[in-house]
Design a protein around this ligand. Sequence first.
Ligand SMILES: [Zn+2]
Length: 261
Amino acid sequence: MAGIKILKNKIPFIITMFSCVTVAALAATVQAGKKADIAETAAQTESRQVIVLDAGHGGMDSGCVAVNGTYEKDINLDIVKDLGELLTLNGCKVVYTREEDISMHDEGVEGIRNQKISDMENRLELVKSYPDSIFLSVHQNLYTEPAYFGAQMFYTTNNSSNRRLAQIMQKRFAALQPGNDREIKLIDNGLYLFKTTEQPALLIECGFLSNPGDAEKLSDPEYRKKVAFTIYSGLAEFLSGEADKSGSGDIRDTESLLYMQ
Ligand SMILES: [Zn+2]
């Protein structure tokens, strides 16, 4: 149970708690594309906090398909790219499992099942090659009942900080998504990418593509930016050490996660 190594002194901006003014300023900065100054600050140190971002699925694996026809893989990638930009601008080193609409399987592997296995093995190898990182995997959920909506965080007990990270992130999404009272869910013995990862890690299901409301919002690039900023701000709070310790962590409803294994 390795504790988290937070390089607080190396990331002065990200550990600053956000005010609305900060949020607005940051959003304006990103939208205006004024990257140079902040990026220059980020480049001042070699020992930046590493964040590994995983956009779920890709290539021949579309993930869920929303009720409006949008592919999960595309939503995941868009959110991860926006999130990665925010993190990079604020001094983190960002490592992506994929930055395009591709599967990460080895060349020459044939058959969808084998390609999927190879894809997951390669993603895991990348995650494990950054043991001092924080690992975030972004997905969208699907359920047979269309009424289910809202983001939900999934975590393991492999790292003692994971539960706190999940709680903070769930709280942040509750602010973005009024009425979302979901609770964090333990996935020990669960998903391949999370079984053996020892650094702080979190599976973020941003919403249900089986829910018409979520599907419509998540198909909108502007809403995806809000999702990215929600994740970013949750990570900032986690890194700041000012966690909200509340939350029961009770398990609510089941999720369709088989496609991830
Ligand atoms: Zn997925």
